[in-house]
Ligand binder design. Structure first.
Ligand code: GLA
Length: 389
């Protein structure tokens, strides 16, 4: 669709003014308006109001950076960016001797040009369905331990070397812990073939190519009892084996109405005791609870596939509950900011959230900005809380 020139020009003006003005000089969490007091834009800025508590970031697709409106919103509120997909092993390394750097190069260039930091995401994704066949096989047989560790090392060396100048943090290994009561590690080619050694190798390789970066073990639901014990066991064991793990990446895909808060509190305490930092790496709050999708062998899936309660918008009552939970969560982050290095949202606005498709298609509202990029009541509430504290 063609955009009217006036809109394009005003968007460009916003971008230019963000990069040209001494933007973040106010104490109330807003952009500095002294040069244009007639400015009527919403000048509140998350990174300004968060201040030095922790870094505030967002994960976005590389295509999002092409949109002037999205780019302006990113620059107004965030200081660190995670590439949503393009840097993942299957995106950047499609065959053993083939690399696909283009999208990630553009992403990194955007970060460099706009003085933003990058999170490298992710170097190893420890799931078979997220791993290419070439990584898993060798001359038609299952890959050997030596070859797999060597391939991991080559992958990590290559990617980390290429982006070390702009990446301050790396999700070195993603989702290696098993769900449920079973083994510590998820059953994957990595654990089947090397036990825990693939994690050690990946972390040591990352450290050797980017000595100053924060190295993260990233996973979901590790605040829940059961998986939390596994996380602590894994981190303890990795330390013993000399893997330089600096932080746990708490993905933070929460749901409205879940009971995460006390569990989060306990998890922060356990990690503090262990001497491991935390990044909240993929924050969002699903307003449509999704647990039933996996319950009872998936028998509700047909019914859920057409369940789309908020397709006409979020009722005020739910909007309020979302705002309240976001405030509680950010209060907790604030209280634990001695060990939290970064909080990143997963996607920029509601229209771009992966939760519109996962695990079934529905209109979702999990973020602080709505589909028009307008701050929601949850944004207002979080902003006010941070401003007051
Ligand atoms: C996990 C991964 C992310 C992303 C989300 C879904 O959390 O770490 O990279 O794929 O799933 O968007």
């Amino acid at each position: 669709m063609m955009r009217p020139w006036s809109t394009t020009l005003s968007v460009l003006a916003v971008i230019v003014s963000f990069s040209a003005s001494p933007a973040f000089g106010q104490d109330d969490g807003s952009l500095d308006t002294t040069e244009s007091p007639q400015d009527t834009r919403d000048l509140r800025s998350l990174k300004k109001v968060v201040g030095s508590r922790f870094k505030i970031g967002v994960g976005v697709g590389h295509d999002v950076l092409q949109s002037p409106e999205d780019a302006a919103l990113i620059k107004q509120h965030f200081e660190i960016l995670t590439p949503e997909n393009c840097m993942k092993p299957q995106g950047i390394h499609p065959a053993e001797d083939e690399w696909s750097f283009e999208a990630t190069d553009r992403f990194a260039d955007f970060a460099r040009a706009n003085d933003l930091e990058l999170v490298g995401h992710c170097l190893v994704w420890a799931k078979d369905d997220r791993t290419d066949e070439w990584m898993m096989r060798e001359d038609g047989d299952p890959v050997s331990r030596e070859t797999l560790l060597r391939r991991i090392e080559t992958h990590v060396d290559t990617v980390v070397t290429r982006y070390a100048d702009v990446a301050g943090m790396w999700d070195v290994v993603n989702e290696a812990i098993g769900d449920g009561d079973g083994d510590l590690l998820r059953n994957s080619v990595y654990s089947r073939t090397t036990g825990m050694d693939f994690i050690v190798t990946a972390f040591q390789a990352a450290r050797s190519k980017d000595p100053d970066a924060l190295l993260i073990y990233n996973d979901y639901n590790c605040h829940k009892p059961g998986k939390r014990e596994k996380l602590i066991e894994l981190l303890t064991e990795l330390k013993k084996r000399g893997a330089p793990v600096d932080a746990y990446g708490m993905q933070g895909h929460f749901e409205l109405g879940d009971d995460s808060l006390p569990q989060l509190r306990e998890t922060f305490a356990a990690l503090r005791e262990l001497g491991v930092k935390v990044v909240v790496s993929e924050l969002d709050i699903d307003v449509v609870k999704r647990g039933r999708w996996w319950a009872d062998g998936g028998k509700y899936r047909e019914e859920l596939a057409s369940y789309d309660p908020y397709k006409e918008g979020l009722p005020e009552e739910v909007q309020r509950k979302l705002a309240e939970l976001y405030v509680e969560i950010f209060k907790l982050f604030d209280e634990n900011s001695d060990i939290i290095v970064r909080v990143s949202f997963w996607n920029l606005h509601d229209g771009q959230s992966w939760l519109n498709y996962f695990p079934w298609k529905r209109v979702n509202h999990p973020l602080l900005f709505d589909r028009d990029r307008t701050p929601k009541p949850a944004f207002d509430a979080v902003f006010e809380m941070l401003q007051a504290s």
